[in-house]
Design a binder for this molecule. Structure first.
Ligand SMILES: [Fe+2]
Length: 435
């Protein structure tokens, strides 16, 4: 099906699984017991829920691959089912934080029990489809590690103590420029032979006009110009639904920004701190990204434009898996979860991570909004019912990963998707223009 995983030895699956489970536990290592059950908004989930849910999804895979598999607990399954109607009626998402049972201790115990159960199974040779499903569960857990990062910022911000935190040296300032990319037919989608999600396939032809894309992400300084020019007060920059949102929710700046006198501050894992003008703007919704573009006389890239600028090597006439080539990301290429920086680095960082065309930070730091609707590619075949395909409506595609994305789960063809008004995620953007 989706991938050619025959090469994947059982040992590497076991190692990948083990490693992923350890990272999940590391993310909650320094939490206090009372932190685990709290849900701070309808769009977040309590940490204990994430831990249980990723384990429950492994139980789903066990039930699909093992004869007569019996679930750990009916009560757990109902609470931990996120949105899969095929497995019964899920618990109300907005009310995950009102449940004191299962307790945090019970869920931590459950987490370990499922880890052991899965290890026992994947230690042995598996059929191709089973390898696919267990691999999918690992990538699903990576997605929840990132969601946990978003939720921990909302819950604790600077009070969260990461297991590791690395300082990052600021690099010299780069000049912003538009990079001309040749249009024509482009093969959009995943081109490698390792794991990818069903929505990255099939690779297919799409037509592009010539365009210019910014080498740098939109910075806080640029976004502040939009704010200071009355961007949030003028309906003419906004999509109709976006303008309703601005008024209803009284948006005046990106999420987590607060004004103190005439200075803007943000609250994140690094503390309550002055906005750094050279960092990429983060925590903006699609509506805000689109409004900024309209104000600036620019536009957002389509996902095909984004991908070609990120992955196409014009000199060699070849597409790569990452902007820099096919080597897996390291902390020299991009700011991802394993970098342990716990914040964005300034725009124009990571020489080694540049795309062939010269764009910086297309992987890591912030997810980049595109103007593309999240739909299946032509010829799409679902790899798992209700996982991705039931969201093919009212969402936009984001590309590239963030400082909260685990490095083993990102690639240039990865399609993230969120609703247009969501902004608790690590989201920013870059602009393009027609030529
Ligand atoms: Fe999930």
């Amino acid at each position: 099906m989706i991938m050619t995983l025959e090469q994947q030895s059982h040992n590497s699956l076991l190692e990948l699984f083990d490693n992923t489970r350890k990272t999940t536990l590391e993310l909650v290592k320094n939490l206090k017991k009372d932190d685990f059950g709290v849900q701070t908004a309808f769009f977040t989930s309590p940490p204990k829920w994430h831990l249980g849910h990723v384990s429950w999804l492994n139980e789903i895979v066990l039930s699909k691959t093992q004869k007569n598999y019996e679930f750990y607990s009916k009560e757990f399954s109902e609470y931990l089912n996120s949105y899969y109607n095929q497995f019964g009626k899920p618990h109300d998402k907005a009310k995950r934080g009102v449940m004191s049972r299962p307790t945090t201790d019970e869920i931590l115990e459950y987490f370990d029990i499922i880890t052991d159960k899965v290890k026992q199974v994947i230690r042995n040779p598996l059929e191709k489809n089973s390898v696919y499903l267990f691999t999918m569960a690992i990538h699903h857990e990576c997605q929840h590690q990132e969601l946990l990062v978003y939720d921990l910022q909302h819950l604790l911000a600077e009070h969260y103590k990461p297991a590791k935190i690395n300082n990052f040296a600021v690099t010299e300032k780069k000049e912003k420029r538009g990079i001309r990319v040749k249009g024509g037919l482009y093969n959009l989608g995943y081109s490698g032979d390792e794991y990818c999600y069903d929505i990255e396939l099939p690779e297919h032809k799409t037509f592009l006009n010539d365009y210019k894309i910014d080498n740098l992400l939109v910075s806080n300084a640029e976004y502040l110009e939009f704010i200071n020019d009355g961007g949030y007060e003028d309906f003419s920059y906004w999509l109709s639904d976006g303008w309703v949102k601005v008024q209803e929710d009284e948006w005046t700046a990106p999420m987590y920004w607060e004004k103190d006198g005439d200075k803007w501050f943000t609250r994140d894992f690094l503390g309550r701190r002055k906005i750094n003008p050279n960092e990429p703007v983060c925590h903006v919704s699609f509506y805000e990204a689109a409004a900024f573009c309209k104000w600036a006389g620019r536009r957002l890239p389509t996902e095909a434009e984004w991908e070609k600028a990120a992955l196409w090597n014009d000199e060699k006439n070849v597409k790569t898996i990452f902007p820099w080539g096919n080597d897996k990301p390291t902390p020299e290429h991009a700011n991802l979860l394993e970098s342990n920086i716990w914040g964005c680095v300034e725009v124009g960082t990571f020489e080694k991570g540049q795309s062939h065309s010269g764009c910086y930070q297309m992987i890591g730091d912030v997810w980049e909004w595109t103007s593309s609707e999240f739909v299946g590619y032509p010829g799409f075949k679902s790899g798992f019912d209700e996982y991705n395909d039931k969201w093919f409506t009212n969402q936009k595609v984001l590309r590239g990963g963030s400082f909260g994305t685990p490095s083993k789960s990102i690639r240039g063809s990865y399609r993230n998707f969120f609703r247009l008004d969501e902004r608790w995620l690590l989201s920013g953007f870059r602009c393009v223009e027609d030529v």
